[in-house]
Design a protein. Structure first.
Length: 235
């Protein structure tokens, strides 16, 4: 069984600067294409986006993708062609199943403050399903400490449902000195969304990621800043 551990510095990610949008791409996205960086397991997209006040993504289309959005600060307003509407805020997990086709917009809900969020795309295990939408407030679970399932294709209680049986997104908010054990799996993507932390003996700052393949258990500890962690485990 092949095993590997690859550290990806946040500053080396692909970047889009549109003025109203600052986006850092962990994998190939849009005009930024790298044949050697097209995803990790079933995780195809992880965009670290900041949208300025009054800005946002106008109505656009998706199909056959499970899209999970996680806000770090500010508020993001969602509307789609299925009649769903929601304002996303920190601690609220959102899943949109594009299925056979959906159109939606994502706008900064504030005219004064930026919104910072992470959007992640996972390949569904079944194509052509009906479009769908779900959101859940997970702040209480996160405040309890430890890892919390945010989005799951395996029926984890409290998580939003994704249509990919081999994928789970875990999240944690760690105070300085707090630790978690990173889940094991075929492909594990550890993304430090905010703060600073150490994964084993590797120090990380916000925006950094580690890609693990068939690795054993590892400990992650918040260092001199509180940390918010997003961990995808896929086949």
């Amino acid at each position: 069984m092949n095993t590997s551990m690859e550290f990806i510095p946040g500053g080396e990610r692909l970047r889009t600067d549109l003025g109203w949008l600052q986006s850092w791409h962990s994998f190939s996205f849009g005009e930024h294409q790298d044949p050697g960086n097209r995803g990790h397991g079933q995780l195809l997209v992880l965009n670290d986006d900041t949208v300025r006040a009054g800005g946002g993504f106008g109505t656009h289309a998706h199909s056959d993708m499970e899209i999970v959005t996680w806000v770090l600060s500010g508020e993001l307003e969602h509307q789609d062609s299925e009649g769903n509407h929601g304002v996303l805020y920190p601690g609220l997990a959102q899943r949109m199943s594009a299925g056979r086709g959906i159109r939606h917009s994502e706008l900064n809900a504030s005219s004064e403050h930026d919104v910072h969020f992470v959007q992640m795309w996972v390949i569904p295990d079944t194509a052509g399903i009906d479009p769908g939408y779900e959101q859940r407030d997970l702040n209480e679970a996160l405040d309890g400490g430890g890892l919390v399932p945010l989005a799951s294709g395996q029926g984890h209680e409290g998580a939003v449902l994704i249509h990919q049986r081999d994928a789970v997104l875990w999240g944690a908010r760690l105070a300085v000195g707090d630790s978690i054990t990173v889940p094991t799996g075929g492909h594990v993507h550890v993304f430090l969304a905010t703060g600073s932390a150490a994964l084993g003996d590797r120090e990380m700052i916000h925006g950094d990621a580690v890609r693990l393949v068939n690795a054993g258990e590892m400990s992650l500890t918040a260092l001199d800043e509180a940390a918010e962690i997003l961990i995808w485990v896929t086949a």
